[in-house]
Design a protein around this ligand. Sequence first.
Ligand SMILES: [Zn+2]
Ligand SMILES: [Zn+2]
Length: 326
Amino acid sequence: MRAMVLEGRDSPLVLRERASPQPGPGQLLLKVRACAVCRTDLHLLDGDLPGIRYPIVPGHEIVGEVAACGTGVASTLGTRLGVPWLGWTCSQCRYCLAGQENLCDQARFTGYQLDGGYADFVLADARYCLPIPESIDDVHAAPLLCAGLIGFRALRMCGDARRLGLYGFGAAAHLVAQVAISQGRECHAFVRPGDAAGIAFARQLGCTWAGGSDQMPTTPMDAAIIFAPVGSLVPTALAAVRKGGTVVCGGIHMSDIPSFPYTLLWGERSLRSVANLTRADGIEFMQLAGNIPLRPTIETFPLENANLALERLRRGGLTGAAVLVT
Ligand SMILES: [Zn+2]
Ligand SMILES: [Zn+2]
C-alpha cells in the first residue's frame, strides 16, 4: 500500500510503499476512502507536539471501509466507519473512570502515536471507530471527524451563549458555525485581517457578522472560540466577551499567550481549553451532523499531494477543509 510518511522533524512527507498491516485482536483493517487534513498535522510536521516517534503516518479524520477484522471483532466487510483522533484509552485511570477519556493519561492518538489515514489502509481499534451518517458522502464526512468534533465539543463549553465569536474561520469554525446557527445562535467570524475571501465565506454560511480579528464587536459577545493557533488572540477574545462570558481555545497547540491586564479576566470571565474528544461526543455529533445536515466545504487532493494540501493550509489558502482521496 502507499503511505505518506513523516520521517523526521521539519521535513515534508515522503511517499512510501509498505506492506498492508494485519489487524490484531480487537482491530479492524480499513481501506481508506478519504482523510481530511487538520491543523494538528502541521503541528506534527513542525515538531510542536511532544514525544513524536518517527516514522509516523499522519491523518486522524479518516473515512474507510472494513477490509479485514482481527479476532474478537464482528464487523461486516465493506462497512463504512470513521476513525477519529482518539485511538485508544486505558479504561482504568481516574479520567477514563470519570467519563473523561479525552484526558486519559495513557491515551493514544491516531496519526500521532498510531499510524493514521494518509495511506491506502489503516488499522484501528474497533471500539473507537465511529458511525458515519448515511446522508454524507466520504469526502464530506472526513472533516467531521476532527474539525467537526472538536468544534462541537468547544461549542458545548460555551453553554447557552447566544452571541458567539469564532476566531479563525477554517475547517472547524465553518462547521461549528453551521451547528450554532441551526441552534438559533448568532455567529461572528473573526478572520485574518485582510482576508476578504474568509469574510465572504463566513457571510455566505450565515454568520451575522464577519471581519478582521483586529476589530472589536459593537456589542460584547457571550462566548468566543479560538481556532487559530495564535496566543495573542486570547486577550483579544477576552476583551470581546461580556462579564460571565467564556473564551475556549480549541487547538492542540498555540503560540505563547502575551501577558494581559487582569481586568480582561475580571467579571467572572472564563478561559479554558478543549482537548481531544470522547466516544460519546463522537456518536452524538455524528447523529447531529446527519440531522442538520452539515455541509462541509472541501477541496480534495490525491493522497500523494498531501504536502501540497498541508502547505495550502499553512498559508491560509483553503476555503473550508482539505481532504485527501486514495
Ligand atoms: Zn485512561
Ligand atoms: Zn485534528
